[in-house]
Design a protein around this ligand. Structure first.
Ligand code: ATP
Length: 435
């Protein structure tokens, strides 16, 4: 993780938030490459969950909602972690994360913990000119509730009836006790949530399984190592009382297994809770039973930051190769999927001071730019390759002296480091097939 954190900073993926002031725990900024990569991760999720389906609609709700939302959802009463403080070193821990509940993992003191107590994970703010309790509001700890309270607005305006889904990607905030592991556990993050509503007609478990399979296929299609990914089936005692099934998607990070996503069958719990507190009817009219019914809910809730971190960790490799002369060289490479990589094609001029080469390379880069995420660079070819390997660029195109004679370029592929000579007229097709 230290190596990946250092690379993320050095190459402009992830910076500590407000670093010049010493940073703020649990907050991170995405640099020029990180911002693009994060957008690619979101697009990949959105494409598969919304655009490629005719039964899922898009949504985008506000971060601050009426505080009653969080009473109905149970967050005000129960969204907390249990924490303890070490009386000696004053460090604070999540009680359920402590391996040894008698000894402080930081200073080693025995029996120095305070009594466990609840700590609300909701970040508060106030809305309007008065800062009294009537103005108290929360930054949403999940995006899902914005979908639930709008269920009727959405199905009426989009003329949908269950089975159908509502999806949204957006920021969520949790005042985590112990943020850490780069962007794995943070206090401000993005969630990608799908809420899929189904009629209570006996097919709900089938739909649940279909979404689990679809999510499995999604991770696989972006090349995540299958032996580092597991879909853990929650036992009844591990699920909330209202949930009928649950699968946690977990990845084997350098520090152990960690959750990326949870897929849950939540029954009618969420809509019923909002109907009770608001007094509004959120049922739909079921044409089969000719009755107003509360749909069942299948939820897939993934973290964008955790998914991006997974792609980074999973792609990271330090590799030693031996050239034909027996010389060993080491390189760091991010084997990112071409759809996720921030740069897809880098175009180089072999020399800085040869205007014909620079012009030709720049013009090739300009032509490719409207089809691929490209970058132009020039100089020492070995250094250029190393830099692009480190940021996960799958293809490098080099314009050299021969190019001026034979109208072809050298295309070098990141993973096998294979180089091929490709004519201008074939270049676009070659890259399109491979990205
Ligand atoms: P954890 O047990 O790790 O705290 P959780 O079970 O509370 O997570 P959910 O409420 O199921 O998480 O949220 C759905 C997804 O949102 C998680 O799988 C994760 O990807 C993301 N997520 C939740 N909390 C955080 C956080 N503090 N930082 C980054 N991502 C988060």
């Amino acid at each position: 993780m230290e190596e990946i954190t250092a690379l993320a900073k050095r190459r402009g993926f992830i910076f500590q938030s407000s670093e010049i002031y010493g940073g703020l725990g649990g907050f991170w900024d995405y640099g020029p490459l990180g911002a693009v990569m994060k957008r690619n991760v979101k697009n990949a999720w959105w494409r598969d969950t919304v655009e490629l389906r005719d039964d899922v609609v898009a949504f985008d709700s506000s971060i601050i909602m009426h505080p009653a939302t969080w009473e109905a959802s149970g967050h005000v009463a129960a969204f907390h972690d249990v924490m303890v403080d070490c009386r000696v070193c004053k460090h604070r821990f999540r009680y359920d994360h402590l391996k040894d509940r008698a000894r402080c993992p930081d200073c080693g003191s025995a029996n120095a913990f305070t009594e466990p107590r609840n700590f609300s994970l909701m970040l508060r703010t106030s809305v309007g000119p008065m800062e009294d309790t009537s103005a108290l509001a929360y930054l949403r700890p999940e995006t899902a509730q914005g979908i639930f309270v709008n269920f009727k607005n959405v199905y009426q305006s989009s003329r949908k009836r269950p089975p159908f889904g509502i999806a949204q990607i957006g920021k969520a905030f949790r005042n985590e006790i112990t943020p850490g592991n780069l962007t794995y556990r943070v206090r401000e993050f993005e969630q990608a949530e799908l809420e899929y509503f189904v009629p209570d007609d006996g097919k709900d478990m089938e739909v649940f399984r279909e979404w689990v399979e679809r999510r499995k296929a999604w991770y696989a299609s972006y090349g995540v190592h299958q032996d580092r990914l597991r879909f853990y089936e929650l036992k009844p005692e591990e699920r909330p009382h209202y949930a009928r099934a649950g699968v946690d998607v977990e990845y084997l990070f350098p520090w152990g297994w960690g959750e990326l996503e949870s897929i849950a069958h939540r029954g009618t719990y969420d809509l019923e809770a909002h109907m009770r507190l608001s007094g509004k009817d959120l049922r739909f009219f079921d044409e089969t039973s000719k009755k107003h019914e509360t749909p069942l809910l299948i939820e897939s809730s993934a973290g964008i930051d955790r998914t991006m971190l997974t792609f980074l960790v999973d792609a990271y490799e330090r590799e030693t190769s031996v050239d034909p002369n027996g010389k060993a060289t080491e390189r760091t490479v991010l084997r990112l999927h071409p759809c996720i990589a921030p740069v897809q094609v880098a175009v180089f001029s072999l020399a800085r001071n040869k205007p014909e080469l620079v012009e030709r390379a720049r013009s090739i880069e300009r032509d490719l730019r409207s089809h691929f995420r490209t970058q132009y660079d020039e100089g020492n070819i070995g250094q250029l390759y190393r830099r692009q390997d480190e940021i996960g660029t799958p293809f490098c195109v080099t314009v050299d002296y021969e190019t001026l004679d034979d109208a072809s370029v050298t295309v070098r592929e990141r993973d096998a480091m294979r180089q091929e000579r490709i004519g201008f007229e074939k270049l676009h097709e070659y890259l399109e097939e491979r990205t």
